[in-house]
Design a binder for this molecule. Sequence first.
Ligand SMILES: [Zn+2]
Length: 686
Amino acid sequence: MTEPTTMLPTLEMIRAGDFPMNNIRLEKHAPATPTNLGSGWVILAAVVCLFSPEFLSAGELSVVPQPVRQQVTSGSFLLTPGCRIEADSAFAPEAGLLKEQLARATGLTLATGSSGKAPAGIIRLVKEQDTNVSPEGYTLVVTPERITIRAGAAAGVFYGGQTLLQLLPPESFSSKVFPGVKWQIPGVNITDQPRFQWRGLMLDCSRTFQSVAYLHQTIDRMAVYKLNVLHLHLTDDQGWRLEIKAFPELTRKGAFFPARYGEPPSHQGFYTQAQMRELVNYAAARHITIVPEIEMPGHSLDALAGYPELSCTGGPFEIFPFFKGPSVNVNVFCAGNDATFEFIDQVLAEVADIFPGSYIHIGGDEVPKTAWHACAKCQARMKAEGLKDEEELQSYFIRRVEKLVEKHGKRLIGWDEILQGGLAPNATVMSWRGVKGGTAAARAGHEVVMSPTGYCYFDYAQSTTDSARVFSFDPVAGIPPGAARHVLGLQANFWSHIDREPERVDRQLYPRLLAIAERGWSPDNRGEWPDYLRRARAQLPRLARLGIHYHPSDLADKVGEWDPGSFAAGATNLEFDVPPQLAAAGELLAMPVYARGSHGVYLHAAELLQDRQVVAGDRHEGFTGTRPTNEIYILRLPDKPSGGGYRLRLSLEPAGGTNTWGKVLLAPSTARLSRESLPVGKSTGQ
Ligand SMILES: [Zn+2]
């Protein structure tokens, strides 16, 4: 939302040194009730069960988000071709999905059915009859003979299945069959339910169009970590992305930049209603609700490009790429013109028909009041309605839109600026400018989703908002219990004006999105960062198998620093000790990370030394600065590390001057990463 005033760096800027850090714009929380999961089953079962002498402790499980209660029991369940999935009929779709997910990497196509019998070697999905059970809660019991997932509702059984998948080896997350893996699941007894009902991710599809394929992938990845709201920012000054049949000019003029900007075709376009309906169904099957956002009254140049008569001045207008003009446009919907509200009414009618969820997000943020101030119609409206200033006119606008939203059977949610001039009666607030607005709204009895920039904005660099910081955020901290019950949950927001390609979006989202999942689902465990770090690191191989170009820096250890005094002229070798605990990993990811100063640093190579001998190396060109590129070096440790400590040697070269400070990070990994799986970060600065 509030957008950086910094320019997108050009290649010249990268070569010359550096540029300012990017600073970016900026179903209701059921209080956790004790789950009483009784009897009901979703079961997947294996015919052959091996007893394994392994003794795992609960401290060795690495499920993210952390389940409420988990206990490791003896033995393990082995998934084999003879296993069956037995599901109560209500859970047939979830059984089908689980079967599909299990088949992908294991190659095992398990038979499914609902015979009601429970022979050994089965996975049972059982419906609880107790209506007190949280609809997203479940129990998961794994014994050598069978796996039983019990839940009161389909969402719960689905989440039990997701936990089950995390208990399998990481290869189970591959989309290709992985031969030669023993598909073993440790014996466990897990009781689980979410702390918050809104566990969201906002993806900005307007500044940069995101492909339908990437949205499908995003849904798959969210489901793994039990995130349940995908908020799509579908309209903004840079593009109208949803087909509206009543107003074809929205996508004809509003979805494509004028040719002179030379924007790549992949950054533009729109979703047809048929595509969006398919996506909604795909998400729903994974228990994810898509919340559409249609921005108003500001951030609406995309609409005004096609329908300039809805502005205060009459236009004409055309859309432009984000860094090619003001980040907040002064041209907004005219609040004095009834045609504006008739237009919005028809748009909302189509939107309400496509998206079955209960909310429509109407934006409402960053509305410049200059056009309204100078507009005769807007001023006449203020006079007629007795509004004392443009802030109250904004409030009038949102209240009137709320009536339209409700007419179409939906609830209004908007950014916290909708508090300005008085909040619409039933509005839900998404608090992004810190938590103050959200707290005030919750105290006034409005429902709230917390997504403050300081913790939840994932277009910000990992160096300012890392996993540890996200993990430290509690959506209800400091809010009195009476008001806290209005906090539905939290959400990560990603704006696509700087990082635009899927690989770059990935590196901004992962792995820190897992910390959002943890905060949204698990009991408050903010004091247990070391355990989270262990679990999150254990997820990295899974992220790699999911094809995610994650960025590991925020789960890494700092092994050293550089400052202006570290460099001689030209390329300089710097050496750092590798802590012994890191030397146990299969491979190390070395990352030189710029922190401050006017110059970035070119990266030439990383090597691992033992007794002055090079035992591993990765030589490629990279850059670290505010737009890092290819800055991750993969160092594969020898199979049998022997004695002596390792040292890390980096070949670095300051870019254009030595005014630079940075840190050297090392992260252990067992993902057997390839360069292709890393966030390569093609420079998008041209
Ligand atoms: Zn006006």
